[in-house]
Design a protein. Structure first.
Length: 231
């Protein structure tokens, strides 16, 4: 039986207060300046989905490279990646704010802009929402499968589940890098549809992996000070 992490009561209280404070801040933001509120919601969502997605990438890389050094704390990136379903809900809540975030989402914007008209088959609200839904369905499916294999591997032992996890991880790395790159183009770069960068998408998925690795290390160190991960 794995040791269960014991969350201090004080942390529950502080977290609850922060959630309450954040909820009040969101309500006030939309009452005072809706445009800035949508922008901050987008920033928040992209930041945390990057950490969750980066953790999924970290987890997959450990399996593909047969890394033994990280085997003892893979539950940490798994827990971080478990935020992906929550991220999906937060992005769905952002759909009404698309016209406030993206110029191309304004009704009739493409009629007076040749470049927006050229990009309209890709940059339109319906296709944007469909792509967003596809990204999250794929990422959550990959996470669910990897998590299932991880739990079965611990329970049953042997090499069969290990090999299945490695195979799934290879697919996850390939699909995540491509879809996350397109997601960053959709969610961030398209804020200014007249600007583009050939390295923007690559920079963002590398940053997601980098930042997730830092947070994983930070969590492991904190848990070590509380008696977990004695090795």
């Amino acid at each position: 039986m794995e040791d269960q992490v014991k969350i201090p009561r004080l942390l529950y209280i502080v977290s609850g207060l922060l959630v309450l404070l954040g909820s009040v801040a969101v309500v006030l933001a939309f009452r005072l300046d809706g445009t800035r509120a949508w922008a901050n919601l987008l920033l928040n969502n992209v930041y945390f989905v990057s950490l969750a997605g980066g953790a999924l990438l970290f987890l997959s890389i450990q399996r593909v490279t047969h890394s033994g050094w990280s085997a003892g704390f893979l539950r940490v990136p798994e827990a971080m990646a478990a935020f992906l379903p929550v991220s999906a809900v937060l992005f769905l809540l952002m759909i009404p704010g698309l016209p406030s975030l993206y110029h191309w989402a304004h009704p009739g914007a493409a009629e007076h802009d040749a470049l927006l008209a050229h990009k309209a088959p890709y940059l339109n609200q319906g296709f944007w929402i469909a792509r967003m839904a596809f990204y999250f369905l794929l990422w959550n499916l990959m996470f669910f499968l990897l998590r299932r294999v991880s739990l079965r591997e611990d329970r049953d032992g042997g090499m069969a589940w290990f090999r299945k996890g490695e195979h799934l991880a290879k697919i996850t790395i390939f699909l995540f890098i491509i879809t996350f790159s397109f997601a960053m183009i959709d969610w961030v770069m398209s804020i200014d549809a007249h600007w583009y960068s050939t390295i923007f998408a690559i920079r963002n998925f590398v940053a997601a992996f980098h930042h997730a690795s830092i947070v994983i290390a930070f969590i492991v160190l904190i848990m070590h000070t509380r008696g977990y991960f004695p090795f």
